[in-house]
Design a protein around this ligand. Structure first.
Ligand SMILES: Nc1nc2c(c(=O)[nH]1)N[C@@H](CN(C=O)c1ccc(C(=O)N[C@@H](CCC(=O)O)C(=O)O)cc1)CN2
Length: 285
């Protein structure tokens, strides 16, 4: 039997507590406001930003949507970032990714005030994570760790393989697993002997955004599988990177798609938004 690591119900449980925290914070006069910048016309980005807005509003977090429909260049987006950095009415904000190709994503993300970087993606916070402590941690990797810990999945001493080396998921997740004393291997499209590496893994985490990056037959029966992907299959249905139907019933535990890592990403953004409000409140006192 495969144990399902249910991110949807854990996110709901956590968020019930966050609603109370937001109400308590606002009662003290604190600003609890999340802003999200969206740029261009990417449908998926609009959907994700809208889900975050709905969740924030459901928890009582004030929300500001900044859609830069006619931003022409990096400077236009930087100007929006600088304005939010200076705005005391916004405790935390993020830039929904990906941006259209003509924008310098890295420069824009790095312009975000690290103390308002509730998405944890600035060079400052990613670098601070490498040194031990970040103000904010990238939401998907942090959400994955919360999920694994909630379900008491042993991490220390285990061999974890992370498939994918993105700045937004693979690299920070590898670091978080290392901090918990896992032995971590990050593999990618140029890695040789992938099969041998996967066959040795206690924990397999796929974060490629590609369908079938490895053969799931390589994954051991006693492995824990985390699928970060949200892809559309040939049938138009949402699916992870991996063929989870071939793993369910065989592996020890897995995260479903939908209902696994995705809701934990949003719950973590809410958690860090509350943390940003608390930090700004103590700064003002
Ligand atoms: N600035 C950022 N951009 C992006 C991030 C991010 O963390 N920061 N992550 C992804 C998209 N993403 C959040 O932005 C995200 C993806 C998926 C989900 C989610 O809840 N998925 C549901 C299914 C939703 C559906 O039915 O379509 C699930 O898995 O159950 C939340 C957030 C890229 N960009």
């Amino acid at each position: 039997m495969t144990f399902i690591l249910d991110g949807k119900s854990l996110a709901q449980e956590l968020e019930a507590g966050y609603a109370k925290e937001v109400a308590d914070l606002k009662a003290t006069g604190a600003t609890v406001r999340l802003a999200i910048i969206t740029v261009g016309d990417d449908d998926a980005s609009k959907v994700y930003a809208r889900s975050k807005q709905k969740k924030a509003e459901a928890l009582g977090i004030d929300f500001r949507a900044i859609h830069l429909d006619d931003a022409e260049n990096t400077q236009d987006v930087l100007d929006a970032v600088y304005a939010l950095n200076q705005d005391p009415g916004v405790s935390g904000f993020m830039l929904q990714l990906p941006l259209p190709d003509q924008f310098d994503t890295q420069a824009i993300v790095n312009a975000i005030d690290p103390m308002k970087d509730v998405d944890g993606l600035t060079a400052y916070n990613l670098g601070a994570l490498m040194q031990g402590e970040a103000h904010f941690v990238a939401c998907t990797p942090k959400g994955v760790m919360t999920l694994l810990k909630h379900y008491n999945i042993p991490i220390a001493g285990k061999k974890a393989v992370v498939i994918g080396r993105s700045q937004i998921v693979g690299l920070p997740l590898a670091q978080l697993l290392l901090k918990e004393n896992a032995t971590v291997t990050v593999i990618h499209r140029s890695t040789n002997h992938k099969q041998r590496i996967i066959e040795s893994a206690d924990i397999v985490i796929s974060a490629t955004g590609q369908i079938d990056p490895i053969d799931v037959a390589w994954i051991r029966d006693d492995a824990v599988v985390v699928d970060v992907g949200t892809n559309r299959g040939a049938d138009g249905k949402l699916r992870g990177d991996l063929d989870l139907s071939a793993l369910e019933g065989r592996v020890q535990a897995l995260t479903p798609v939908p209902g696994g890592v995705g809701p934990m990403t949003i719950a973590t953004l809410m958690e860090q938004t509350i943390q940003s409000a608390r930090a700004h409140m103590s700064e003002e006192m």
